[in-house]
Design a protein around this ligand. Structure first.
Ligand code: TEU
Length: 561
């Protein structure tokens, strides 16, 4: 699909679909491509420009598709290649673009390359992976156990940063890179509009494979020291751009764990020829404690402001572009985590979070269900969980770490990735209207209150508010281009910032607390006339005053000309 503006993604919003959980068209309990196709009009009405599909390729589903056994085949439970072509064709006809998940740090152990690699050390595919005769370091895998697994047929250990069924590719082998580029071309030539690149910052390993620090009370050392932003990562991404991406009109967003804003400048800076955007994790790490993500800590607002502002400023400074997200398939639901999920404040805090994020500079990513303010599932039994990470955490916390089952379940209910993976809530009916069959994972249980049907029928819902926020991005240059400037960095309740262009200044005021607060605008914010742009309160003042009263979770945006 060609477009006149090569940077079309700068005024776009991306809607993330987790195919397994979005919409099931055939009653087998698993979402599928035809289900997604049946919801395209819904996404158009919301205002989405781009759909990001989590992995849809053939996979044993050890990690829900992040373990790919054939890059050129559609996972049978999701549909067929004909279904995909129909989805893409119809999406394009409706003005929607589709980007796919490129998972090339690792393949499934069932991928033909790995199967061949295990035949003998002399097999041409052996060097597609990373092997050592002895375990060379203390690295642990993300999903428990060591990051090295022994293969008897070759008498060696292979590296896997994630599950043992997710074998890290050896990017230092030029044949691997050429093979990956071929897989990319296969999809680009089919007409897709870009890639979200899984853990792309991990592809170049430090050849010394150094021990990593033992952090977050883990059993093993961290592999990040030897994998994140390794010695050749920029060279490989530039090669990928040159060999493949530069020949297509597409967008790219790289998932970038353990990447600082300074490092990100080299991935997304203008003229670097690497990526259009990265997903950073700095705001996701603010509520961690000594045990990592499974913590009861709440984010301290001044920390959040500091982190978001650093990214706003540093990425603008290098001529790059930000990605903006509160949630995705790996994170707890945003309202539960950053807002207030109680029935009293769920909708209002969901709208406030929407304002806070969507008015920043960058491309907003809306994760399925966020637009209706979906909240965590509150599972109470380990049998309800499906995610390899949740199951490993349960074993580790109740075993080695000595937590009680009840405490562990409480932590999983707060932070497990399955919170984001429960069925999309279309209706209050069976399985939230996601399937007529038995869903592969239970619905959250709150679909009676939180569902698309109810939200679309109520003009005051989170859904209609998101529709307005998205329209703002499409229609207001200051939302796309404005220079970001943080106000009151130390305020513990209010996140306030400006977006300045020559024509207007947007003043964004968000109360992150359940208390009414009074916010003073400093004298430097000068204006002639102001007007309300958007607010989650029906009776918000039409004009801005120097002292603004902000009710709990209030969010107001004013424009000053
Ligand atoms: O996630 C990479 C990543 O950094 C994860 O470790 C993430 O931080 C973790 O899930 C949080 O608990 C990507 C995918 O988004 C994820 O779904 C995959 O499991 C992972 O890569 C392996 O492919």
């Amino acid at each position: 699909m060609t477009t006149s503006n090569p940077e079309w993604w700068k005024s776009a919003i991306v809607y993330q679909v987790y195919p397994k959980s979005f919409c099931d068209s055939n009653g087998d309990g698993v979402g599928d491509l035809n289900g997604i196709r049946s919801k395209l009009d819904y996404l158009v009405e919301l205002g989405a420009d781009v759909i990001w599909l989590n992995p849809i390729f053939a996979s044993p589903q050890v990690d829900n598709g992040y373990d790919i056994s054939d890059y050129r085949a559609i996972e049978p439970t999701l549909g067929t290649m004909a279904d995909f072509d129909a989805l893409l064709r119809e999406a394009h006809a409706k003005g929607l673009k589709i980007i796919l998940d490129l998972v090339v740090n690792h393949t499934s152990d069932q991928h033909r390359w790995f199967q061949e690699a295990c035949r003998s050390r002399k097999n041409p595919y052996h060097d597609y992976y990373i092997w050592r005769d002895k375990i060379p370091n203390n690295w642990g895998s993300s999903f428990g156990g060591p990051a090295w697994t022994y293969v008897e047929s070759v008498g060696q250990y292979y590296l896997h940063c994630f599950a043992p069924e997710q074998c890290d590719l050896n990017w230092d082998n030029p044949e691997v890179r050429a093979a990956v580029y071929d897989e990319m071309r296969f999809w680009l030539d089919r007409g897709i509009d870009g890639f979200r690149m899984d853990v792309i910052t991990l592809i170049s390993k430090d050849p010394a494979l150094p021990d990593g620090p033992v952090i977050q009370n883990k059993a093993y050392g961290s592999y990040y020291a030897g994998c994140a932003t390794g010695p050749h990562v920029h060279e490989y991404l530039q090669e990928m751009e040159h060999e493949v991406l530069s020949r297509y009109d597409v967008m790219t967003v790289g998932e970038a764990p353990h990447t600082s804003a300074d490092q990100a400048q080299l991935y997304v800076g203008a003229d670097r020829g690497e990526l259009d955007m990265v997903f950073h994790f700095d705001h996701m790490h603010l509520d961690y404690d000594e045990n990592g993500k499974y913590a009861k800590t709440r984010v301290y607002l001044p920390d959040l402001k500091r982190v978001m502002s650093v990214w706003q400023e540093k990425i603008a400074a290098c001529g790059g572009w930000n990605s903006l997200y509160w949630s995705n398939h790996d994170q707890a639901r945003a309202v539960s985590r950053f807002g207030n999920e109680s029935p009293e404040w769920r909708e209002k805090s969901a709208k406030m979070l929407g304002v806070c994020l969507h008015l920043m500079q960058g491309t907003p990513y809306v994760y399925e269900g966020e637009e209706i303010g979906m909240v965590n599932a509150h599972f109470s039994s380990i049998d309800q969980y499906r995610d390899v990470e949740a199951l490993d955490t349960f074993r580790d916390f109740t075993g080695r770490k000595g937590f009680s089952e009840a405490d562990t379940l409480e932590l999983l209910a707060l932070k497990s990735r399955d919170n984001a993976r429960t069925p999309m809530q279309w209706t209050s009916g069976h399985a939230a209207g996601f399937t007529t069959g038995e869903p592969w994972i239970q619905a959250s249980g709150n679909e009676g209150e939180v569902n698309v049907e109810a939200a679309m029928a109520n003009p005051d819902s989170v859904w209609h508010f998101y529709q307005r926020l998205i329209a703002l991005r499409h229609n207001r240059a200051s939302v796309t281009d404005g220079h970001y400037e943080l106000l009151a960095p130390d305020d513990e309740k209010v996140y306030a910032y400006l977006r300045r262009t020559e024509d207007e200044t947007l003043v964004v005021l968000c109360n992150f607390s359940d208390e009414e607060v009074s916010f003073e605008l400093s004298a430097e914010v000068v204006w002639d006339a102001s007007g309300l742009v958007i607010s989650n309160e029906p009776d918000a003042a039409a004009e801005l005053s120097r002292t603004v009263a902000l009710a709990p979770y209030a969010a107001h945006v004013y424009a000053i000309r």
